[in-house]
Design a protein around this ligand. Sequence first.
Ligand SMILES: Cc1cc2nc3c(=O)[nH]c(=O)nc-3n(C[C@H](O)[C@H](O)[C@H](O)COP(=O)(O)OP(=O)(O)OC[C@H]3O[C@@H](n4cnc5c(N)ncnc54)[C@H](O)[C@@H]3O)c2cc1C
Length: 392
Amino acid sequence: MRIVISGAGVAGPALAYWLLKGNHEIIMVEKAPKFRNGGYIIDFWGLGYDICEKMGLIDEIIKSGYKVKNVIFRNIKGNKTSEFSIKSMHELTKNRFTSLPRGELAQIIYDSVKDKITNIFDDNIEQIIEDENKISLTLKSGKKIDADLLIGADGVHSNVRNQVFGSPENFERDLGYIVAAVETDQFLNLDENIYYSDNEENKSIGLFKLKNGKQLNLFIFTSDLLQGYFPINQNEKLDAIKNVFSNINWEGEKIFSIITEENEIYFDNITQIEMPKWHKGRVALIGDAVGCVSLLAGEGTGLGITEAYILAGELKKAKNDYSLAFENYENHLTNFIKDKQKTARAFATNFVPSNKFEIIFRDIAINMMCIPYVAKLIFKKTLTDDFILPEY
Ligand SMILES: Cc1cc2nc3c(=O)[nH]c(=O)nc-3n(C[C@H](O)[C@H](O)[C@H](O)COP(=O)(O)OP(=O)(O)OC[C@H]3O[C@@H](n4cnc5c(N)ncnc54)[C@H](O)[C@@H]3O)c2cc1C
């Protein structure tokens, strides 16, 4: 079949990989002018890890990864208030756990398919018309493509979902937080392989030192601090972060002088996507477009990769009867994803406590995690996937 994938993020290239195994022809349409390799450091384990191993990519992923030792929480003066070791996460995942920048993971997957597919960058699907035999797409550039299937892998604000399934308000659950991630030159004296989280009520900054002289900065805060305003361009995003974090009185000020036009700021509401149906006619959705769990789950990339694997596998199993394959794909995953979303919501106040009492309570809980039993109890639900990966 000729299959168009909208979105070259993480789920889109992973789907291309598995569809190529079925000898399908793949056309990937990406809105950005070039492959986007931004984003913060992510933990990578579970189903996504297992599937990347099947794809022969896990050695490269581990090589790019970091052996994070500890997570240190500090107050806005930069003084440590609590700390926990990542050791129990390694134990719970039987050492099948690594941490790496989202962009490096995306790049490794994309590099494994880019020469075997048709890549269209800087373009966007503007019209979708389906009939009995095909789906006809018109792109913003005027290009027309006839295909057998269209898969929306275009992220949490999916264009395909908006056009085929209706208004985003029907599917978005806004969790009330904003995330902004930006890579800068290293300018703070951070220890290697330590994840820092500096916070006060309703806001936090995550900091991580990379191997290449760069550093990742992650800002999370409650949406009300934007006072109803949502920034669109780079300068507006930077101003918004400055306004919210202006009272952080340690080295934080330096962050704002070091971010330039060159440093793409990823800036978004923290949202989950809940869809009653994952497919319609010749169109299906994967990744954040259909079941965004949000960064609070810490597993968005792995779940996007899992959806890609199952969708391609079901198409193979159903011998390209796409209606049957799409239905089986959805049935396999809906409850599992709903469960992950619920767990993520319960975790929200740990990321950004909303008052001094919650910060103290969080710090006590974090410090108690030096007891392995407690750490395992807290992370078991997040780190173990109650899902058996089918073989196709
Ligand atoms: C640059 C970037 C940085 C990110 N940083 C973080 C982070 O720091 N923390 C975090 O938790 N999550 C981050 N995310 C989201 C995270 O990558 C996803 O939760 C997860 O990887 C699921 O992957 P996905 O492929 O479904 O979506 P994504 O990785 O978001 O990929 C979607 C892709 O679709 C493209 N796209 C969007 N609209 C269109 C359109 N109309 N037509 C064609 N293509 C389109 C996007 O440009 C993107 O390349 C980031 C995403 C991006 C794109």
